[in-house]
Design a protein around this ligand. Sequence first.
Ligand SMILES: [Zn+2]
Length: 320
Amino acid sequence: MSFIRTILGDIPSEQIGLTYSHEHVVIDHCYATSLHPEFLLNDFAKLKTELAELKKLDLSLMVDTMPVNAGRNPLLSAKLSEETGIHLVVPTGIHQEKYYPKSHWRFQYSEQELADLFMADVQDGIDRYDYNGPVIRRAQAHKAGLIKLATDETPFSSHQEMIFRAVVQTHRQTGVPILTHTTQGTLALEQAELFAKLGADLDHVVLSHVDRNPDLGYVRAVLDTGVSVEFDSAFRWKTNPNQTYQYLEQLLPDYPRQIVVGMDAAKNAYWKSYGGKPGLDYLLTTFPEELKTRGLEDYLDLIFIHNPRRIYSFIKPKKS
Ligand SMILES: [Zn+2]
């Protein structure tokens, strides 16, 4: 039976309901928050308040997307999930280079050393120190359920290609699904092609922020490879027309099984509980109303429930 690996354990995929597909739920102190204090999301009372509102709107699962040594706190995530009843997936993998100091171990370790760290997060439990120091103490009950990588707007470096190989090795050997960061939707096609070449199962690969790419033809080419895409900018466009809603109108009829949605609310100024806006409930209030006015209500269950269930399920591990 297919399952999704949450911070509190594995659950049958069919038990998952409404899903937010690219979130920032917990971001504890780390190098990234020292550069960007607005990313800090570690006030338990505020996090709980915001998630409790989402629970009232029937949200089932949030896919958290801060990978190793970029603010993970598996014990805080577990407590938040326990106290709100919202399932949380917490990732392994690694973020953009800019979120780590130049001296970071990610630039020193071999492909196999990186893959071994990722695999241990998935199989043995996330390091409660988030791979911050030489001592590793695994939260054995709290495993990673996703693996992430990130690229910027320049052609892949050899370091990034090594990360792709370590990520696909982890995916194939443990079955963990893959989510990526693209920078404004650039190089999404190159990501998809490299995953295909390395033997990833594209039914379980989702590329984020692709609705920020201004070229609809390019987005279609990405979808034609078979990967899924995540859209999260509906509330960000200051322009009218709103590109995310337009893309959904044009793409859902042709690619109904390859699109999911999220908030990507990494800045605490997007959270109502931090005094910001629009609040994480936007995606369960304003967003579905807008889709209904566009005649897209029949796709809501696909993008919120059925597509995430498939994408975030583990695959059967492969021998090599
Ligand atoms: Zn993000």
